[in-house]
Design a protein around this ligand. Structure first.
Ligand code: DAK
Length: 259
């Protein structure tokens, strides 16, 4: 991989987008590598959580690579869009929990890739924006859809129409990010959160993720039916037996096996 760094330790994959000269902008090669890497990770049962970040201290991802897009033809633009769609959907729907550690600029495609993660934690210097309308394109890596779902229609429209940059604090206030922490603590904070999640049954965490993701895109009644079905499925697991037995026998340590 030319543009990604993957480090796996204690069940946590730390995936770093590594194009510091262009502030980690996403070009086609990076999107293709991301797709291949996530396809491997989603099959890896040893990996329970994925933390996505950018290299350096200035930028998470400064958007799609403008130098590549400037002369791209319509078919090339379409190919890039399809690549991004596949990689971002994989990130959104993989069974493992995904956390975006937003360590600086999250602009355009950078904000969009963070929104494809389950949880966003930002460093104090992080800045968010959807500047696409100022470039003559629209947020086409899911920005018009995921931003509105996260922060509501009115705020999403304001951010997309004005191209305004917002601070990490403001992003937290409107629900775009979950937490803001000092930059030096960002990765440890995300690892600690992943660790707390990994203490619970990975299979039921994956079911809950599926219920929330699918439920948010459907009507309440269909979402509740899906929840009931997945709830039923969780009763067939060893993990349910383990979790409840540990409670009833007042045993603190639990040994979830993920099935
Ligand atoms: N692409 C390419 N290079 C970039 C870049 C980008 N997005 N962002 C920064 N760079 C490069 C700069 O050109 C510069 O390169 P050199 O001049 O050193 O060679 C280097 O990174 C350092 O940047 P600056 O010198 O500009 O650094 P500053 O601290 O002054 O400013 C900045 C930092 C992040 C505020 C600024 O670089 C900036 O505004 N960057 C552009 C941000 C932006 O507009 N991002 C949105 C891109 S549009 C699609 C769907 C969606 C999309 C594309 C296709 N399809 C469906 C096909 C998504 C589009 C976007 O994301």
């Amino acid at each position: 991989m030319n543009n990604l760094i993957l480090e796996v330790e204690n069940g946590i994959a730390l995936l770093t987008i590594n194009r510091p000269k262009s502030l980690n902008a996403l070009n086609s090669e990076t999107l293709a590598e991301l797709n291949t890497c996530l396809a491997e990770l989603e099959k890896d049962q040893e990996v329970k959580a994925v933390i996505l970040t950018g290299s350096g201290e200035k930028s998470f991802v400064a958007g799609a690579d403008i130098s590549e897009m400037v002369n791209a033809t319509a078919p090339e633009g379409r190919t890039m869009g399809l690549l991004a769609r596949e990689a971002f959907s994989r990130l959104e729907n993989m069974p493992q929990v995904t956390i975006a550690a937003v360590n600086g600029y999250a602009l355009g495609g950078g904000c969009e890739i963070s929104m494809a993660c389950d949880i966003r934690v930002a460093s104090e210097n992080a800045r968010f924006a959807q500047p696409e309308c100022g470039l003559g394109i629209l947020p086409g890596f899911g920005g018009t859809q995921r931003l509105a779902r996260l922060v509501g229609k009115g705020r999403a429209k304001e951010l997309i129409f004005t191209c305004d940059q917002i601070t990490a604090e403001e992003a937290c206030r409107i629900g775009l990010v979950n937490h803001v922490v000092p930059q030096a603590e960002l990765i440890d904070y995300c690892k600690a959160m992943a660790g707390r999640i990994m203490k619970n049954s990975p299979f039921t965490v994956a079911l809950a993720k599926q219920a929330i993701n699918t439920g948010m895109d459907t009507d309440l009644d269909s979402g509740l039916k899906l929840e009931a079905n997945l709830f039923g499925l969780s009763f067939a697991t060893e993990d349910k037996k383990e979790g409840m037995t540990a409670f009833l026998t007042k045993r603190k340590e639990k040994h979830f096996i993920g099935k």
